[in-house]
Structure formats: structure tokens, C-alpha cells
Design a protein around this ligand. Structure first.
Ligand code: NAD
Length: 474
């Protein structure tokens, strides 16, 4: 753990495993509420000086961290591939994406403007300031085990907040490597703190109940996010929530099914389907279904699964046995209710894959409303295809979910694109675009997919309070 500028050992540790073969990669300190309290105390002590430091100093330190992350790209990518499972190429992309947040908010730190507001009285002046909210507690997931850290830390630090972060128990080594960067970049003691733990609950409890923490930022499942948000509400702490998703991927009647299938296989394969923006329902105009399914299944069946360190692999393992079981349960449920397996549909075990959590990339057709997969987030490499007959069905079908993170639309028609862009109740819409995310763009969900936005101008606002000054000159 990293607390008050020092690396802390604990008597108890827990192992981090490689999901491709079950091997132990290393040990991480097993922290609890005591270390969390120490870390929060350190962050609270460091806050006044950090909050009042020059934005230029904070910017320089973030730039330094960005440079170090880019310099260490290869070693970070290897570690991520081993600990989380994603192929090396995707891990390299994530390191660069993670570093982008450090660079972008190094720039944004210098653009936190207040306002001079016209006042109703001639002898009155109004000035508003934007100040850091205070100590931030951050909880991050395993699926993007480096970029989800910098996406929170960079804007919080740029704004002048200090941080205590708890990473997912499956990927503590990735978090430690990111914190080594902040240490080496020279951030003052107490400004960034890391608490690793096998059991997240005592750490989370301390974070939500400790009065020194003024903001909780969480990325993970909707189930846990709701618990944390409700506990934070008891103390009126500010919260940002980046939660689950169930993205529709829509082929309008005029879409090119082959072009759409090429996009579909790439976005569905992203992180072996373990992405919050992963498409979970492919809504296809019935006449396009045969061509779309044929192309999707042909391309999906060619994907090579294996250890992420093998450069020829494009599908890594799932994170755990639990994840594997969940994916297979959804497939079995769909098949038992009439869905057809177009490719995949089973666990992969040949060639040593049985030591890891590998599932064959799968395409299901004939998926319907009564199947678990219609509603449950899959978080695995399964593409369920659903046919619709009438264009008027698209919006009600697509919006029929408690989630509202990402949606994708394929159409050459500007009219259709604009109507769907406006009518879909999702925070991120890709129009003929499977990659509608970037550090400068606001990322986040509607409905039960979350509260607040990360990245872009909105990303730093999440860590700022507005303070109004009224000055009477009379
Ligand atoms: P999870 O909710 O189980 O875990 C997320 C984090 O919460 C981990 O650090 C975990 O240790 C911690 N946690 C779990 N129980 C806790 C508790 N009682 N108190 C405090 N902390 C607790 O989710 P996961 O399985 O790690 O991640 C997958 C989920 O994350 C998916 O639903 C995915 O859609 C979502 N996700 C969302 C985004 C986004 O930006 N919207 C990005 C990535 C992942």
C-alpha cells in the first residue's frame, strides 16, 4: 500500500492470479479499515497545501506522471496482460489511454475558471470561485485496471483534491505500478494514497462513513454502486458512479449488414466482452439478419483465444470462474428458450486453455425478451442477435433496459441517425462508430448506469465546488 508518501507492508497479504493459467503473479498487502483511516488522515493533512498550490505546479507533476507512464508503456502493458488477461496490443492501448488522462488534465488544471456575475444592486459585486471538494475516495474495477485509475486521479489532482484509492482485488499489482508512477513523479506525501485489500467491504465502509472524505467516485457494478451511493447519502457526500451497461447495437433497415458486422465483432471482442460499453443486444431489421449473422459468425469463429502475451491472440480469458459460469448460464438459458448457437457456445479447454477461464466467442440468433441475456449484463464474448420488423419498434426495444450507458447505430441516413441520437436514453451514442470515447469527451451513463461524467470538461467539474462571494461596496 502507499500511504503518506511511503510504501507500507502488512503482515497479511493476498495473491494476484493470472486468469489465463491460474499462476500466482505476486502478493499485495491485505488492508482493512485501519489502513484506510490512516490513508484518509494522510490525504486530509495534505489537502490544504495541495488545494492552495499553484495550478501550474499540479500541471507539471501530472505531465511528469504522463511522461513516466508512456516511458513504461511496455512493462505496464505486460503486467496488465498477465494480471487482467487482455491481449498485449489492447493492454498497450489502455496504457496510452490511461496516460492521456494525465496529459489532458495537466492542461485542464490551468483552466478552472470562476465568474464575475452582474449583481442586482449597483453597490454589490458577485464573484464565484471553483474550489476542490476535498479528500476523494476512489474505488476502481479490474476490467480496465490502469486507465480507470488515471481517469479519476488526473482530474481530481488537477482540481486540487487529495485521494485515497482502492483498486479491485483481482488487479492490485496494476494499481501498485500506477502508484509507483505518481511516487516517482514527485507528488507530495499524502496527496495520493493506495489501499489494497482482498475484502473490499471494510475499506468501503470507512470511505463512506469517514467525515473527512467529501467525495466518493466509484466504477463497478450497479449492484455495489447502489449500496455505496445510499451509504454516502447518509453523510451527504458527493458521488460519481460509473456503473454497468446493456448496450443496444442497432442496424436500421438501410444499414449495410456486412459493414455493421465488421464493427460488431470488434466492439463485442473488446476486452473479451468485459467492457461496460460492450453491446449486449444486436437489434437487426429482420431482412438483414441472415447476412449480418453469417458475417458476424464467420468473423467471430476466426478469433483466436489464448494468453494475452501471445501476439497472435485477440481474445483473452474471462477474469474468473464466476464470470465464466455467468456467461455460460446466460447462453444455456437462451438456448433452452429457443435461441440458436451460430458459433461458440461453450468453454474452451484444448491446448492448455483449461487452466484459464476461456469462453469461445459466441453468436446467438433468435434471442427474445424472456431470456436472461435480454436484460442481464453479460460481461463476456457473447453476441445476442434480436430481429425486429417495424422501424417504430427500435426505440422502445433499445430503451427497454434499466441501464443507459452506451448505444450504437448503423445507418447511412442523417434523419434516422439524428432521430435515434436524440431518442436513445443512453449517455454515449456511436453513430456508425464503434469507438465513441476519448479523453476529451464526457463518458458516463443515464438511468442505472450512473451519475456524473468522466473525461472532458465535465470530468474535472466532478471534483470542484462552486463558491459564491457577494461583496457590498456601500
Ligand atoms: P464490482 O462492483 O464487483 O467491483 C468494483 C469495485 O468495487 C472493486 O474495486 C470491488 O472491490 C469494489 N467493491 C465490491 N464490493 C464492495 C463493497 N461492498 N464496498 C466497497 N467496495 C466494493 O464490479 P466488477 O465486477 O469489478 O466490475 C465490473 C462492473 O463494472 C460491470 O458492471 C461494468 O459494467 C462496470 N464498469 C463500468 C464502467 C463505467 O465507466 N461505467 C467501467 C468499467 C466497468
Amino acid at each position: 500500500m502507499y500511504i503518506d508518501g511511503a510504501w507500507i507492508e502488512t503482515r497479511k497479504t493476498f495473491a494476484s492470479h493470472n486468469p489465463a493459467n491460474g499462476e500466482i503473479l505476486g502478493q499485495a498487502p491485505d488492508g482493512n479499515e485501519i489502513e484506510t483511516r490512516q490513508a484518509i488522515n494522510a490525504a486530509a493533512k495534505a489537502f490544504p497545501a495541495w488545494a492552495s498550490s499553484s495550478a501550474y505546479l499540479r500541471s507539471q507533476l501530472l505531465y511528469r506522471a504522463w511522461q513516466l507512464m508512456i516511458q513504461r508503456k511496455e512493462e505496464l502493458a505486460r503486467l496488465m496482460s498477465e494480471e487482467q488477461g487482455k491481449p498485449l496490443k489492447a493492454a498497450r492501448n489502455e496504457v496510452v489511454y490511461g496516460a492521456d488522462f494525465l496529459q489532458w488534465y495537466a492542461e485542464e488544471a490551468k483552466r478552472v475558471y470562476g465568474q464575475v456575475i452582474p449583481a442586482p444592486r449597483a453597490d454589490q459585486r458577485f464573484i464565484s470561485l471553483r474550489q476542490p471538494v476535498g479528500v476523494v475516495a476512489a474505488i476502481t474495477p479490474w476490467n480496465y485496471p490502469m486507465s480507470m485509475l488515471t481517469r479519476k486521479m488526473a482530474p481530481a489532482l488537477a482540481a486540487g483534491c487529495t485521494i485515497v484509492l482502492k483498486p479491485a482485488e483481482a488487479t492490485p499489482l496494476c494499481a501498485m505500478a500506477v502508484f509507483k508512477i505518481f511516487h516517482d513523479a514527485g507528488f507530495p506525501p499524502g496527496v495520493v494514497n493506495l489501499v489494497t485489500a482482498r475484502d473490499p467491504e471494510p475499506v468501503g465502509e470507512e470511505m463512506v462513513s469517514n467525515p473527512q472524505v467529501r467525495k466518493i467516485t466509484f466504477t463497478g457494478s450497479t449492484y455495489v454502486g447502489k449500496q455505496i451511493a445510499s451509504k454516502a447519502a447518509l453523510h451527504v457526500k458527493r458521488v460519481s458512479m460509473e456503473l454497468g451497461g446493456h448496450a443496444p447495437f442497432i442496424l436500421c433497415p438501410d444499414a449495410d449488414p456486412v459493414h455493421a458486422a465488421k464493427g460488431a465483432v470488434l466492439i463485442k471482442g473488446l476486452n473479451t466482452g468485459q467492457a461496460c460499453i460492450s453491446p449486449n443486444r444486436f437489434l437487426v431489421h429482420r431482412p438483414l439478419v441472415p447476412a449480418f449473422v453469417a458475417e458476424l459468425a464467420a468473423r467471430t469463429a476466426k478469433l483466436k483465444a489464448g494468453s494475452g502475451l501471445d501476439e497472435s491472440v485477440s481474445v483473452g480469458p474471462l477474469i474468473s470462474q464466476l464470470a465464466l459460469d455467468k456467461v455460460h448460464r446466460q447462453v444455456e438459458d437462451a438456448v433452452s428458450k429457443g435461441a440458436k448457437v451460430e458459433c461458440g457456445g461453450h468453454r474452451l479447454s484444448d491446448g492448455g486453455l483449461d487452466k484459464g477461464h476461456f469462453y469461445a466467442p459466441t453468436v446467438l440468433s433468435g434471442v427474445a425478451r424472456d431470456m436472461l441475456i435480454w436484460r442481464e449484463e453479460t460481461f463476456g464474448p457473447v453476441a445476442p442477435v434480436i430481429a425486429y420488423d417495424d422501424e417504430a419498434e427500435i426505440l422502445p426495444m433499445a430503451n427497454d433496459t434499466e441501464y443507459g450507458l452506451a448505444a450504437y447505430v448503423y445507418t447511412p441516413s442523417l434523419n434516422r441517425a439524428m432521430k435515434l441520437f436524440e431518442g436513445l436514453r443512453f449517455g454515449i451514442i456511436g453513430i456508425n462508430d464503434i469507438n465513441p470515447t476519448a479523453v476529451a469527451a464526457p463518458f458516463g451513463g443515464m438511468k442505472e448506469s450512473g451519475l456524473g461524467r468522466e473525461g472532458g470538461q465535465e470530468g474535472i467539474s466532478e471534483y470542484l465546488e462552486t463558491k459564491l462571494g457577494g461583496f457590498s461596496l456601500g
